[in-house]
Ligand binder design. Structure first.
Ligand code: ZN
Length: 150
């Protein structure tokens, strides 16, 4: 194989790599034990848009064991979480039009799924961000780091 052909093959292999395509989305599972299955979500700024799919693999209804994913700056997590609780179940425990909330899914119950797609533009590389469930009492356990990379 000539060097030219080899280089082209390498480029095509890189483009076709499923690992690269998967960098712009992640699936997070939650359950009846008040847990997410991950403590970290890596968001690459190379993606203009990033997708998070939240699955509730338990059986309890959302009024009893509802879960969502809310992303804020680490510094805003507590206050935005408190305002979310005040906003109540009808608002998915997220204060409407809260500018501190960078992305969030709906609140879901057992067997349900929700997906959020958001622009990575407002995230700064190496910034301190967190994801958490804003259902009352859940964020003490149901939280993790959002790591922003190039
Ligand atoms: Zn929850």
């Amino acid at each position: 194989m000539s060097i030219k052909k080899f280089a082209l093959a390498a480029v095509l292999a890189a483009v076709a790599s499923p690992a690269l395509a998967d960098n712009c989305s992640v699936v997070v599972e939650s359950n009846d034990m008040m847990q997410f299955n991950t403590k970290e979500i890596v968001v690459s700024k190379a993606c203009t848009e990033f997708t998070i799919e939240l699955k509730h693999v338990g059986q309890l209804p959302k009024a009893a064991m509802g879960h969502n994913i809310v992303i804020t700056k680490q510094a805003d997590m507590q206050a935005a979480g408190n305002d979310g609780i005040a906003a109540g179940l009808d608002n998915d425990y997220v204060k409407p039009d809260d500018e501190r909330v960078l992305a969030y899914t709906k609140l879901i119950g057992g067997g349900e799924t929700d997906t959020v797609k958001f622009s990575t533009e407002k995230f700064e590389k190496d910034g301190a961000y967190e994801f958490f469930c804003s259902f009352p009492g859940h964020s003490a356990i149901m939280k993790g780091v959002v790591k922003v990379t190039d």
